[in-house]
Design a protein around this ligand. Structure first.
Ligand code: NAP
Length: 316
């Protein structure tokens, strides 16, 4: 254990970080050891990680001193922020800054920052194709992450900027699965027209991240985008139809209709899907499944993910 390089994993009890911890502890090469960060070391999910062989330590991304302690002695860190816990881009930026400062303090050799695009570089605030939200954002949960990239760069951190994709797990946990309409038929709603949406099994992000840590120098200072597959709404509906054994229609709504659905974050997500739709070729190009597969040969496609997870998708 002592000769292993420690990776401090933020969000270790969550989707991205959890996948990385599981990838590290099951990696036969044994090159790395996982240090799982959590706010509550006594929570069931934290105990499960300890059972798998991770070192579990307390830290809160809103407390930079706790991050400094948790990063000390580590070789690298996986940094992710938690927009949906508070829905504040300013708080998210502060979380990223605190992690970058702690990484600098600890003198880490490799940091993976799980980021997304600052969409304002493509859609300036003056572009009225989509509304400006919270005064200065187009896609709040993307923009603050992209804006925070410069903090890692300015501190001179050896960073890999990891562009993630839409988790297919959103169909299970985020209320995005097919819903029954008044006619009793299932429909899958996505405001993407006929454009492709890069998606990924959340568990695969961590597997890709482990490979990036292993490759080290090749990825430091670089941006890497990961996706399992690029699929249209119609293709997703067809795959759902096959997997669930009942018809699922693609309910293609305009982004403006999606923004008005009224659930918390609907406007943010409406703008996000419109950005992905309007800049399909850039957005898909930045997330090449072949690159992800070269990092993680067991990368899942939508069909493989569905075969394993279809029974977990709530249908009513
Ligand atoms: N859903 C998608 O399709 C998607 C796609 C790309 C990117 N993202 C981004 O992914 C990010 C979230 O990552 P995730 O999905 O891996 O998270 P997640 O599964 O929601 O996990 C959240 C974890 O974050 C930890 N956490 C929350 N607040 C914390 C704090 N103040 N300090 C320390 N830890 C804290 C919690 O751990 P403890 O309770 O153990 O402390 C929790 O287990 C978001 O910013 C989102 O925008 C999402």
């Amino acid at each position: 254990m002592a000769d292993k390089k420690i990776i401090a994993v933020v969000g270790a009890t969550g989707a991205q970080g959890g996948g990385l911890v599981r990838a590290i502890v099951s990696d036969k090469s044994g090159e790395f050891a996982a240090r799982a960060l959590t706010r509550d070391v006594n929570a069931d999910k934290a105990k499960e990680l300890a059972k798998l062989g991770a070192e579990v330590v307390a830290a809160d991304v809103h407390d930079v001193e706790s991050l400094k302690r948790a990063f000390t002695g580590a070789y690298g860190a996986f940094c992710v922020t938690f927009f949906w816990a508070h829905m504040s881009p300013e708080k998210e930026f502060a979380e990223a800054k605190a992690m970058a400062q702690a990484a600098k303090h600890a003198g880490l050799k490799h940091v993976i920052w799980s980021t997304l695009e600052d969409t304002r570089q493509w859609v300036p605030l003056s572009d009225n194709r989509m509304p400006t939200l919270m005064g200065k954002y187009k896609v709040p949960h993307f923009d603050a992450k992209g804006e925070a990239n410069r903090v890692f760069t300015e501190l001179g951190l050896p960073t890999t900027f990891l562009l993630t994709s839409f988790y297919w797990d959103n169909l299970i946990h985020f209320g995005m699965g097919p819903k029954k309409g008044p006619d009793g038929k299932l429909a899958f709603t996505l405001p993407m027209g006929d454009k492709k949406l890069p998606g990924i099994a959340a568990e695969d992000i961590g597997k890709c991240a482990l490979s990036i840590f292993k490759k080290g120098r090749e990825f430091i200072g670089k941006t890497a985008g990961v996706a399992g597959e690029h699929v249209t709404g119609a293709q997703m509906a067809a795959a759902l139809t096959k997997a669930l054994g009942q018809e699922v229609r693609y309910n293609d709504v305009p982004p403006d209709v999606y923004r008005k659905f009224g659930f918390p974050g609907a406007e943010d997500l409406g703008n996000m899907f419109q950005f992905k739709r309007d800049f399909e070729s850039y957005f898909c190009g930045a997330r090449n499944p072949a690159v992800a597969r070269s990092l993680n040969p067991s990368l899942q496609t939508f069909d493989t993910w569905l075969a394993r997870n279809k029974s977990r998708i709530p249908l009513e």
